[in-house]
Ligand binder design. Structure first.
Ligand code: FUC
Length: 760
């Protein structure tokens, strides 16, 4: 057992936050592992409530000049009232994610002493396992979610023949939590199998469930499970697969919806037929081959082993960390978990990882388990390129295309602007109208612009010019919206109305305000996006009058400024914040993930960025998992490894659930991904046109090794260090390249041919 790649429990999950996640990008399962009743709670990424709707507020356009005037006149309350009426979506809410269902395995037999219980998730092989001994027989359940074969597979074995007797059901609705042997349960819980249209047995060994998700135009889902038994008897009765006295059983489960094809029932059954034709070993081998090809690209080893806790189950291990503060294996585990979770929730052809990745058990989940694009969805993808999982980035980039047509309609219909835009949230249909009536979030217009920077990042890491050529138009269209949306404000052009997600300010007259003009984050995103478009146009030799307009406009965007506390100003005026410890630190976009503030390039701004973070933290900032994770990345960019590490510790102490899922609270996956990205950012940076090795190495990581991280410009980087200093680095180039590499005060001028590795 590797303590940096295994999450284990010595008990079944008592609730969802103790269950263990598996996933193949689209299909997800949470493994509970009760000896008498196995529950695998299921998700499929396209199971959402409701179809596409046009929610653009028809009153927006006629009220826009008035809203702008009120903001310019400082009548913020009135402007906000009008925004709530005239800009909010009609209806206010986008569609939301729903669970697929539950797989239950209800075992025969009475309660008896259970010994040697262990439930684990092995990140090296993407396999969950439940193992225990009952009445001197050892039982084992293995669970994988295979990307190449599109199925979840469960193998049940016992170390004595003929011992497996159970019935399997697939259900939809609230999972029941009664794990006593089923014969004791005379009454099944309410909603045990609700939200279902059809649930029946077919072919003597298969169950088939269909459901039309509620709301007009919603998808229809199809889920099927089939069983293969070795020895014993296998049959179906009602909507149960019944297994008696088998030696071993394999269950294969898959699902799909009408989101991807008109009638996926055949696809679903075909997948089962194909998987069934394989042995477990073959299925497992194909799963491993695929998974290892991604997961094994990167390896992190921190040499110091303060690891008195590694042999403990996850909850006790966290407790021990909270008490004694050090466990380098646990930090490696968090790093690996983020990579695992990205591979499990975001693969080519899947939807992007949502607020919960793909794992959600609520019919009406918190924040709809949608895609919040004022930080959260973006954070999910921060580790994608640096941790060498570039393909896993594509679902997000593809989703931007689903937003494009809607975003054009929103731009034109609400603001009479060209291009495409999105507010702070989107859903499966790429909805771009405002979400919620939340003054501090809903009327922000920069969602598409920020997302489009992911196109540019993907290019910068891969140098895939064909990809850039295909997607340049999308970036340019997001920029085109902003060219039209900006309004004159004296010397500058500003976004208006807008806000700084999701903080409030105090006006000189004492009133509170949220809506504003020219929020600092907007200026920073504009600068980053316009610059990216200009550089892309240069690479593609597509400079034209549009590019010139971007250049001219850039000279009219206010620079990043320093305010009265020595902080980076959050708004275009140096307002006091209502909540100086706010979880959003939008004004530091320029530091991370942006590139406009850096220690060597803009030392004064870097100092102001430090002051900003410290000020937020001293007022209780970093209190949600994702906020803490952003802070890790920011300290890494400020090259302060000790502070970055301290905040990893704080994340582990305050914002991690027993199954190591990030805790907002409740569970929200962004903090997992942000933490992994932060650790990578501490080890390699490349946003300033050179590769910086170990830019933020904490004192406590005295010696260690990392291999396979990626740097912009198409480089793969491996580093070793001892006593806090780099001892060796290897840099491999994808294509012929010249680049500067830097470690501490040492600088190398590298010239590499395609495929060549240089050793420093
Ligand atoms: C934003 C954040 C919240 C939460 C939600 C999903 O609104 O401010 O903290 O992460 O998205």
């Amino acid at each position: 057992m590797n303590s940096n790649s295994t999450i284990f429990f010595n008990k079944p999950a008592k609730d969802w936050n103790e269950a263990l996640p598996v996933g193949n990008g689209r299909l997800g399962g949470m493994v509970f592992g009760n000896p008498y009743t196995e529950l695998i709670q299921l998700n499929e990424d396209s199971v959402w409530y409701g179809g596409p709707v046009d929610r653009n507020n028809r009153s927006a356009l006629e009220n826009l000049p008035k809203i702008r005037q009120l903001i310019f006149d400082g009548k913020i309350q009135e402007a906000q009232d009008l925004c709530a009426f005239a800009l909010s979506g009609t209806p206010e809410e986008q569609r939301h994610y729903e669970p697929l269902g539950n797989l239950y395995l209800l075992f025969d037999g009475d309660e008896a002493e259970i010994t040697d219980y262990r439930r684990s998730l092995n990140l090296e092989d993407a396999a969950a396992e439940v193992c225990f001994t009952k009445a001197e027989i050892t039982y084992r359940r293995e669970v994988i979610a295979s990307y190449p074969d599109g199925v979840m597979a469960v193998r049940l074995t016992a170390d004595c023949p003929g011992q497996l007797s159970f019935h399997a059901q697939i259900t939809r609705g609230n999972p029941t939590w009664d794990y006593t042997p089923y014969r004791k349960q005379t009454f099944r819980h309410p909603n045990y199998n609700s939200y279902v249209d059809r649930c029946e047995a077919i072919g003597g060994d298969t169950l088939f469930l269909t459901a039309q998700c509620g709301g007009k135009g919603a998808v229809e889902l199809f889920c099927a499970v089939t069983a293969v038994a070795e020895g014993g008897e296998l049959s179906t009765i009602g909507n149960n697969i019944v297994v008696n006295h088998a030696d071993g059983v394999i269950l294969l489960l898959t699902a799909d919806t009408t989101f991807r094809e008109a009638d996926p029932s055949k696809t679903v059954l075909d997948r089962l037929v194909k998987a069934k034709a394989m042995t477990w070993e073959e299925l497992y081998r194909r799963h491993l081959e695929d998974y290892h090809s991604l997961y094994n690209r990167v390896k992190l080893e921190l040499a110091e082993d303060f690891c008195r806790n590694a042999g403990l189950p996850a909850p006790e291990r966290l407790e021990a960390f909270r008490a004694n503060g050090q466990d380098n294996r646990l930090i490696e585990l968090m790093f690996n978990y983020g990579r695992y979770l990205l591979i499990a929730s975001s693969r080519p052809d899947s939807l992007p990882a949502n607020l919960q990745g793909i794992w959600n058990m609520d019919m009406t989940p918190i924040w709809g388990s949608k895609f919040t694009i004022n930080i959260n969805a973006q954070m999910n993808y921060w580790p994608a390129e640096t941790c060498n999982l570039s393909e896993c980035h594509l679902p997000l980039i593809d989703h931007i295309e689903r937003m494009r047509e809607n975003g054009r309609k929103t731009a034109k219909g609400m603001y009479n602007c060209g291009g495409f835009m999105a507010h702070h949230n989107t859903d499966i249909w790429g909805d771009t109208a405002p979400q919620d009536v939340c003054l501090s979030a809903s009327y922000w217009v920069m969602g598409a612009a920020w997302l489009c920077l992911h196109i540019w990042e993907h290019y910068r890491f891969t140098l895939d010019t064909e990809f850039l050529r295909e997607r340049y138009g999308t970036m340019a269209e997001a920029a085109a919206f902003l060219l039209d949306y900006l309004v004159e404000d004296g010397e500058w052009l500003v976004t208006c109305p807008t806000l700084s997600p999701e903080n409030e300010y105090r006006l000189p007259n004492g009133e509170k305000g949220v809506i504003c003009k020219g929020a600092s984050m907007d200026n920073q995103i504009i600068r980053e996006l316009f610059t990216a478009c200009i550089q892309a146009a240069d690479i593609l030799e597509m400079r034209d009058s549009f590019t010139s307009r971007l250049e001219e406009t850039l000279t009219r965007i206010a620079p990043v400024s320093i305010g009265r506390h020595g902080q980076i100003m959050e708004w275009n005026e140096d307002y006091e914040e209502i909540d100086p410890g706010h979880r959003h630190i939008s004004q530091l976009f320029a530091l991370h993930p942006g590139t406009q503030i850096s220690v060597s390039g803009t030392p004064e701004l870097a100092q102001a960025a430090r002051t900003t973070i410290e000020r937020r933290l001293s007022h209780g900032g970093g209190h949600t998992g994702w906020s803490r994770a952003w802070i890790i990345n920011m300290w890494a960019r400020l090259q302060d490894g000790d502070k970055a590490l301290f905040n990893i510790g704080e994340l582990l102490k305050h914002s991690v659930l027993p199954n190591l899922f990030d805790n907002h609270p409740p569970f929200q996956i962004d903090g997992n991904f942000g933490c992994t990205a932060g650790i990578a950012e501490m080890l390699v940076q490349s946003h300033e046109g050179r590769i910086v090795l170990l830019p933020a190495l904490p004192k406590d990581w005295k010696s260690g090794k990392v291999s396979g991280l990626r740097a912009r410009g198409g480089f793969t980087v491996s580093i070793e260090w001892e006593s806090g200093a780099m001892t060796k680095a290897e840099i491999t180039a994808d294509q012929d390249a010249e680049i500067l590499a830097e470690a501490g005060t040492r600088i190398w001028q590298l010239k590499l041919a395609a495929g060549q590795t240089c050793v420093l």
